[in-house]
Design a protein. Structure first.
Length: 69
């Protein structure tokens, strides 16, 4: 299921990242890699703020839907 289905405060493990090579590369550069742990910090109007290692990153709903947990 996509990360958008996880609730606020949940820590999850990434199982797969979908999309074109360019999109997957961009997400990998931000720290979103398979088997990586991320925490949903907040959900605002469908957009997510995610904790990846020591960084917080905001993703739009369409980009977040490409991250499967």
């Amino acid at each position: 299921m996509p990360i958008t289905m996880a609730g606020k405060g949940n820590t999850v493990v990434i199982k797969k990242i979908t999309g074109s090579d360019k999109v997957r590369q961009h997400l990998a550069e931000l720290g979103f890699v398979v088997d990586g742990k991320i925490t949903v910090v907040n959900v605002i109007a469908g957009n997510l703020i995610l904790q990846v290692k020591d960084s917080r990153i905001a993703l739009c709903n369409s980009m977040a839907n490409r991250i499967l947990i």
